[in-house]
Design a protein around this ligand. Structure first.
Ligand code: LLP
Length: 410
């Protein structure tokens, strides 16, 4: 709550809301720059490449802030590759993850000269081999290991446990690395893990690194020299207090890898670079009571911000009202589903209809997971630069945007 007050000046927010309407996402450039800085400072002694996970928020202007600071990109689709290149990320700083890359996407990645492709199955390696041989282009790749480590987070965002669809077992990875030796267009250069998201402890990372270090030693004995250790993303962000200091992560990782030479570390932070930088401004439409429960109905909904509905995530709500009288209520949107809520059972100053509410920590997995469900228009995005300057970085959709791809039958 304090973070919202500190970085998002109430009168400026009101001005933006009246100029561009609500719901609207507002981001602070300062917070993004501060997050980059704290990562860079934390890892200043490490040979490291930061690859921002575009899925957290792929807005062109936001991505270009990161690209200009020398950050790379972690992408998971051809669309994200397109966005990453448009935003100015250097191809040699792009890693391509994902369990279901198509032949076309692999082709696009090779042609774009990305740093490496994080292969997630034997079948994918076969297709990569096919594409690389066809274009006579060396495919630099890493293998995503499934280390079977529990990061103790929400089950939907746990990705490093066996029984899930991500990565391959170490045994399978060894088979794949060995197999690749037979083909001159396949060049193994990395080993990757991604354990999950919203991880608050360094322990799973340390366990994964131990496993990787033992594996790459074995590989080097077999003539396969790994140059990149990619430990994925997932570093946690408390919705109220913000990102856990990356220095905690850096300390734990550095203690494991400081003796290595010729190996670069890659990390793929998404949420921790963006979440705290964004708020979603909504307007109170109505208040009502149902049984014992109070509802504040706002014009933002699950289509704008799905995390509370999908993961039960608890995001802070900041009221711009000065009313001394308090109300305990659910903040709900206009979408026709009982699961459409932005917050549950929270106490806030009793708002007037027309007042603004801000939902905090929505910079990551907010707009990027939004939809047009209920034929609602996706919200615009604003970037705050300095104390009073702001820029529209995505326009509000129009009714035409709802149907312009649809084909009308005669
Ligand atoms: N690298 C890979 C391969 C990933 O799959 C992900 C996220 C990341 C990096 C970045 O993780 P982060 O640093 O953002 O935690 N929609 C969910 C989060 C899904 C994360 C999926 N993978 C949410 O809103 O919590």
């Amino acid at each position: 709550m304090d973070a919202i007050k500190k970085h998002f000046n109430a009168s400026l927010i009101k001005k933006i809301a009246s100029k561009f309407g609500t719901p609207i996402f507002v981001y602070s450039e300062k917070i993004i720059l501060d997050s980059i800085k704290s990562y860079k400072t934390a890892f200043s002694k490490t040979d490291i490449l930061f690859c921002y996970a575009l899925k957290a928020n792929s807005n062109n202007s936001l991505c270009s802030i990161l690209a200009k600071k020398g950050i790379g990109a972690d992408i998971v689709s051809g669309g994200e590759l397109f966005r990453a290149l448009k935003a100015g990320f250097e191809p040699q700083k792009i890693v391509f993850s994902g369990v279901g890359k198509t032949e076309e996407e692999l082709n696009y990645a090779l042609k774009s000269n990305v740093l490496m492709i994080n292969v997630e199955s034997f079948d994918e390696l076969e297709i990569l081999k096919k594409v690389a041989s066809k274009f006579k282009k060396i495919a630099n790749f890493s293998i995503r290991i499934n280390p079977d480590i529990d990061p103790h987070t929400h089950k939907f965002i746990t990705t490093g446990k066996l029984g899930g669809k991500f990565g391959v077992s170490l045994k399978e990875a060894f088979r794949m690395y060995e197999y690749s030796k037979k083909f001159k267009f396949l060049n193994p250069i990395g080993m990757q893990v991604h354990l999950g998201s919203q991880i608050y402890s360094v322990k799973p990372y340390v366990m994964a690194i131990d496993l990787i270090l033992a594996a790459i030693k074995k590989l080097s004995e077999r003539g396969i020299n790994i140059k990149y250790i990619d430990i994925g993303g997932g570093w946690g962000v408390d919705e109220i207090r913000g990102m856990r200091p990356p220095a905690i992560l850096a300390k734990a990782i550095n203690s494991k890898i400081k003796h290595l030479s010729g190996i670069k570390l890659i990390i793929e932070p998404g949420r921790s670079l963006m979440a705290s930088a964004g708020i979603l401004i909504t307007k109170v439409l109505y208040k009502k009571k149902s049984g014992d429960k109070n509802f504040i109905i706002v014009n933002g909904a699950m289509n704008d911000f799905i995390r509370p509905a999908l993961y039960g995530a608890k995001h802070p709500v900041y009221s711009f009202s000065r009313n001394k009288k308090k109300l305990k209520a659910d903040i709900v949107g206009p979408v026709c589903e009982s699961g459409d809520f932005l917050a549950k059972d929270i106490e806030l100053p009793l708002p007037e209809n027309g007042d603004l509410l801000a939902i905090g920590s929505v910079g990551a997995y907010g707009q990027s997971m939004s939809s047009q469900y209920n034929s609602r228009l996706r919200a615009p995005e604003i970037l705050l630069k300095g104390k009073s300057e702001y820029k529209l970085i995505r326009k509000r959709e129009s009714f035409r945007d709802l149907i312009y791809k649809e084909v009308r039958l005669p």
